[in-house]
Write a protein that binds this ligand. Structure first.
Ligand SMILES: [Ca+2]
Length: 437
């Protein structure tokens, strides 16, 4: 599960190649990753003289970090008992294992449709429909309390844990401490450990429950990071516990609460598939937001839905995940709310498409262009180098095709009378390379 979740997040990294927003992509799945790390604890104690002693882990660097961090936790007001509960007996996960869990080594850019297609597999749709039926009372209660519709909450449940089937078996304190000790997102990860201590202190959860987590330390059926759990966790059945692991109601209400707090707009879509007319100026799909009325005036019509939205005044962005070769979407603000859960366009698209199918909406009107051969990382660098040489300002030559590269490619295409969709095909690489030679 954990690995699967990271792969989804990795899709975001890879997709940055296609879809941009790479600057803000996060390495881990689960909610809260888009949040800023918490402020350092007051008091400024380094903790290096803290009186906390732990049995050695066998790793001097880890032991030194743990002693220092225990002092910080103490200075921030955490109890000795919870500091020991979280940090006693920990041994670090080997760095090579951590790196293998986090880093994307893929040679080819994985296309977004690989994620979109697996998200809406027949099994995942039918399982989701069964879960919605089996948990009708819970979903009724959630919709009565929160703005987020049941199908979106159910889709997140399906994406994060296959509807509760896979919640991870990594010890969250160990996973998070291992990263902090080697300096990987240290402030963020230390904040997550402090949150685990607070959750134990306030009775929301036990230390033992945190032994079941993802490689990032995300827990439960909706894969909450501890700080998100602390801020947005809910006790749906009012039994005094926030059991995100075994109580679907608590987990789903927490997810609905988090999405609502992140700004979910009731009765607005996340996106609507759009038809693109002949001769359309694809360069409008450059991230700009226009009103639905303006998009209609530019020739867009809904592909399968009766309307784009209940108001022509809503702002939307044209999203071309497959350029001119596949389905296109008008994205509404709720798309960005899904990204608060996991800051990757691929993830938000997958959740939205699954939710649509769970709601009984039709499949996409256009197939994904699965026959397109994606650029390798090196080819993506060649493309960027060529665009820069031609004066199109693709930005850093990093093999990551974000908004800058796509925008540069759109300008190149427009100047040559090509369809300006910014989509980096092999053919476009040939054209750019030839022009730059
Ligand atoms: Ca509960």
């Amino acid at each position: 599960m954990a690995v699967r979740m990271f792969r989804i997040a990795m899709a975001g990294i890879a997709l940055g190649l296609l879809l941009g927003a790479c600057e803000t992509e996060e390495l881990a799945g689960g909610p809260g990753h888009a949040q800023k790390p918490p402020a350092p604890p007051a008091g400024g104690s380094t903790g290096s003289q803290s009186g906390f002693n732990f049995k050695t882990s066998g790793d001097a660097k880890f032991d030194a970090w743990r002693k220092t961090f225990a002092g910080k936790a103490d200075a921030s007001g955490r109890r000795d008992s919870s500091i020991h509960a979280v940090l006693d007996g920990l041994t670090p996960i080997e760095e090579t294992v951590q790196v293998a869990s986090f880093d994307n080594q893929a040679e080819f850019v994985k296309p977004i449709w690989d994620y979109a297609k697996s998200a809406v597999s027949p099994t995942r749709i039918s399982n989701g429909q069964a879960k919605l039926a089996d948990n009708r009372a819970i979903f009724d209660g959630i919709e009565a309390s929160y703005a987020t519709p049941r199908e979106i909450v159910a889709a997140i449940w399906g994406m994060e844990s296959s509807y509760g089937a896979f919640i991870g078996d990594v010890d969250a304190p160990r996973a998070i401490a291992s990263q902090a000790a080697v300096g990987r997102r240290k402030d963020f990860n230390e904040g997550e450990l402090l949150a685990i201590m607070q959750l134990i202190e306030n009775g929301s959860a036990t230390r033992a429950q945190f032994a079941k987590a993802s490689w990032a330390g995300a827990v439960g059926q909706t894969q909450f990071m501890p700080t998100t759990f602390l801020a947005h966790g809910r006790d749906f059945d009012k039994d005094g516990k926030k059991d995100l692991w075994t109580d679907a109601g608590d987990a789903l209400a927490s997810a609905a609460n988090y999405l609502t707090a992140s700004g979910w707009k009731k009765d607005q879509p996340w996106a609507v598939e759009t038809k693109i007319p002949e001769g359309f100026d694809y360069s409008l799909g450059d991230g700009r937001k226009l009103t639905v009325a303006a998009w209609k005036a530019a020739g867009l019509t809904p592909a399968t839905a009766p309307e784009f939205a209940n108001s022509d005044a809503l702002q939307a962005e044209l999203f071309l995940p497959a350029g001119s070769y596949g389905p296109a979407f008008l994205l509404f603000d709720n798309f960005g709310v899904i990204k608060r859960y996991n800051n990757a366009d691929s993830y938000a698209l997958a959740v939205g498409l699954l939710a649509d199918r769970l709601a009984g909406r039709p499949d996409l009107s256009r197939p994904w262009p699965t026959d397109i051969v994606m650029l390798t990382q090196n080819q993506a660098k060649e493309l960027q180098t060529g665009l820069n040489k031609l004066g199109y300002a693709a930005g850093n030559v990093d093999g990551v095709i974000g908004r800058g590269t796509r925008g540069a490619l759109q300008k190149f295409q427009r100047d040559r009378g090509l369809v300006a969709d910014g989509f980096p095909t092999q053919d476009m690489l040939i054209k750019v390379s030839a022009a730059a030679a």
